[in-house]
Design a protein. Sequence first.
Length: 231
Amino acid sequence: MNEMIRKRKSIRKYDPTPLDAAMLEQIQAQFEKLVPLYPDIRYSIEITNKTKGIFNVKAPHYLIFGSEEKDGFCENIGFIGQQLDLFLSEMGVGACWLGVAKPQESEASALPHVICISFGKPAEPLHRTLSEFKRKPLADISEGMDGRLEAARLAPSAINSQNWYFIAENGKIHCYRKKNNPLAGLIYNKMNRVDMGIAICHIAEESDGFQFAKAADAPVRKGYIYTGAVI
């Protein structure tokens, strides 16, 4: 398994000192290497030093993700953003997904805002051991046998809800997210869709010849919404 998947950690305490220009340039250069889940969806990524909103995390830098609002755009941002999260962890830089933080009006992208990631030099341990992950057992979130499911299990999610389910069969991994009730959906639907993209990114990191599409033969999972299949 990708070493960063096995030990990444959401960092919420940062050294306030900004990263040096060379590191920021290296991070920006990585934007060009990202592989989207849905190549036809336009998106943007910008670096800023301030955001607003409740439950914000004070950090020296933030990644601001914007996207045109097409089917799958939240999953696409989760997939792209998690590639950066793993990259930052490998660089020795801490990062954390921020579900409700927003950019300052003066720094908002031309594309609708989706989500933020805080990042900077960590003021707490950057990595953790497998035993420190607080995750549901595979039996609660999946059925069927596929070694890549463990990478999906370790993915981060909003309030650690892990609202996903995977069915491995015939060489495919079918991906589902839990259907929220109307009230919870107002708060969590967007974040749960981003979370789905994050988990799919972890599966992609463990795949050879990764492809993703909706399968006509997908099993029905009651109480869940089908997203697509890793083929």
